[in-house]
Design a protein around this ligand. Structure first.
Ligand SMILES: *[C@@H]1O[C@H](CO)[C@@H](O)[C@H](O)[C@H]1NC(C)=O
Length: 582
């Protein structure tokens, strides 16, 4: 039974490589058939609100259809819906103006076209994996008349046996009227081109946008901030700690009684409580495990994207991410499980389940909810049932067992609480302190600097996702990722130092949350972006935007929180292990 599912899964994951060999080899003989795939149509301003091309009353060409395209997992999740256009295109054979079908406008069809034209619908097609965009129609000058473009002129560039360039020109505007007969036509021109096959996607990239001065400047700026912060943190801490060490070692000579009654203050006071397990250890360790997992996946995916040009294949980035996420599940189990064991947790099976399904359930929950709206709208974003089954199978038969392996390893290899200080039996009361030393205030302030170091990059990432830019500068992204990690760790260490000095030992959650609050600012920024940088409208697109932005921010928050916690944890161990306590 299990083997069968795994087999199905393997097929689903691999089928991108085995169907349609012709298109995947990307070489054609003279007069060989070239397939024009119709993908989706939708309003220009709502990039994610897409419908299948033939949901509008367009008509297909006379050629018998090749069955529905077999999608990869990533494509299915991203709403790709390729259907054969029925247009006859043969490699290197020019075709003059040819009529291929006509539509009689009933009132219903008329209304659909008018709606599409009013909402600036445009459609997308693929030839040999190269995307082509065309606009459906145009609104007349007086705003009362509506036109559709009926003629498609394809200029296809070839280099030897390969297709390297496609241009589409829309022509022959026809007015929409009930009862009118609208005929569609196309035309093909083949041209020799000097573009190399490897470079054929370059025209879709926008170096002026992504390598704008602002982008370089922001990276440079953040980098300076990192140097400054690291310098500041190490300077302050070295000085303070040295002073503290000096004082404490002098007091080493006094007997214990005197020491306890002495007027000591600061972080050393809480040595008997600082390694007390965090409240709610199960959730905490699940979050830390998930955070490690997300960090590893982000790093791997960014590296893959840097090495291979993943943007040239539809949905491959998403497929890669899912695959890497499933394959690196032991990381989650290892770190979550070992932390839980160190905190003395007993119900480790429950913890493991929570760790394994924390992120998948959040993602699936959001996707499920948005899917409802997508189905209501008949959008191509609606996730097919088969895909849902595949994703569930991955969760249960890949992620869960691997997580189990990780958890068992983690509990056995680093599950021993080897803290440098003993934990007192009775918790120490937390003294009153100034308002700005309260954990909640520290948490809110903690995210500001890390957010400052990434928000320009966020603009570029958002724009590539919500508008029509292909993100390709993964080198920048890696740099920003590393900068974010360093800034987060530095800031969290400073926050924790202040907290411990105020004799508040609840540092685990505080450090996690103060680092995670970066994501809160990112979510707030996404509101600004929505209202001032995009023209999205409609229930579907709005829900889609805020739903997935919340998910993105949450994942980012868990990741930053984990980085912050881990940095702080190392720091806390360090300062308490060098101080002799008896
Ligand atoms: C497509 O358009 C671009 C820009 O106008 C032009 O440089 C290129 O040669 C055209 N390609 C073909 C195949 O006509």
């Amino acid at each position: 039974m299990k083997a069968k599912y795994l087999y199905v899964l393997a097929i689903i994951l691999l089928n991108g490589g085995i169907v349609l060999m012709d298109e995947h080899s990307h070489t054609y003989e003279d007069s060989e058939e070239v397939v024009l795939w119709m993908n989706t149509v939708g309003p220009y301003h709502n990039r994610q609100e897409t419908y299948s091309y033939f949901s509008l009353p367009f008509c297909a060409g006379p050629k018998e259809s090749i069955s529905h395209y077999h999608e990869t997992l990533g494509e299915a999740l991203q709403g790709t819906e390729l259907e054969f256009s029925g247009l006859d295109i043969d490699f290197k054979n020019d075709l003059t103006h040819t009529k291929y079908c006509s539509v009689k406008l009933t009132e219903e069809k008329y209304k659909e076209f008018v709606y599409a034209v009013k909402n600036h619908y445009w459609y997308q097609m693929y030839v040999d994996d190269l995307p082509i965009w065309g606009i459906v129609g145009e609104i007349g000058d007086n705003g009362k008349e509506f036109f559709v473009w009926t003629h498609k002129k394809f200029d296809i560039g070839y280099n030897e046996k390969q297709i390297v360039d496609v241009n589409l020109t829309s022509d022959s505007k026809v007015k929409l009227e009930i009862g009118a007969d609208i005929s569609f036509s196309y035309e093909i021109k083949w041209r020799m081109s000097k573009v190399k096959f490897e470079d054929r996607f370059d025209k879709y990239l926008d170096p002026n946008f992504f390598q704008h001065r602002i982008h370089w400047f922001s990276i440079f700026n953040s980098f300076m901030m990192v140097i400054f912060l690291v310098g500041l943190v190490s300077m302050i801490l070295m000085r303070t700690l040295r002073k503290d060490y000096a004082r404490y070692s002098k007091e080493d000579d006094m007997d214990d009684m005197e020491k306890d009654l002495g007027d000591e203050y600061g972080w050393k006071q809480v040595h008997g409580d600082v390694f007390r397990p965090a409240s709610n250890p199960m959730l905490f360790s699940a979050l830390i495990g998930t955070g490690y997992h997300i960090s590893v996946v982000s790093l791997c995916v960014i590296t893959f994207a840097m090495m291979g040009e993943l943007y040239t294949e539809r949905g491959s980035l998403l497929s890669t991410a899912i695959f890497v996420y499933a394959a690196t599940s032991p990381v989650n189990g290892y770190f979550g499980g070992s932390l839980y064991a160190r905190m003395g947790g007993k119900v480790w099976i429950k913890q493991m389940l929570m760790s394994a399904f924390l992120l998948p359930s959040l993602v699936c929950g959001t996707a499920f909810f948005i899917n409802f709206i997508a189905i209501y709208y008949h959008a191509s974003r609606a996730i097919p049932f088969g895909t849902m089954v595949a994703v569930t199978c991955i969760c249960i038969f890949v992620i869960l067992p691997l997580n189990l392996v990780g958890t068992v390893l983690g509990r056995n290899m680093s599950g021993q609480p080897d803290y440098p200080c003993r934990i007192n039996a009775v918790p120490r009361p937390i003294p009153e302190k100034k308002w700005f030393m309260e954990p909640s205030v520290i948490i809110v302030l903690g995210g500001i600097l890390p957010f400052g170091s990434i928000f320009i990059e966020m603009y570029f990432i958002f724009t590539s996702f919500w508008a029509y830019k292909i993100y390709y500068v993964y080198g920048f992204m890696l740099l920003v990722f590393l900068i974010l990690a360093v800034v987060t760790v530095c800031v969290t260490i400073v926050c924790t130092y202040f907290l411990l000095n105020a004799e508040d030992y609840r540092w685990q959650w505080t450090s996690f949350l103060s680092a995670a609050s970066t994501a809160g600012y990112v979510y707030l920024y996404s509101f600004y972006y929505f209202f001032f940088k995009t023209k999205m409208y409609g229930l579907f697109q709005t829900m889609f935007y805020f739903g997935y932005m919340a998910l993105f921010s949450l994942a980012l928050g868990i990741m930053c929180g984990t980085l912050g916690y881990q940095g702080t944890s190392t720091f806390v161990r360090k300062i308490y292990s060098t101080v002799k306590i008896d």
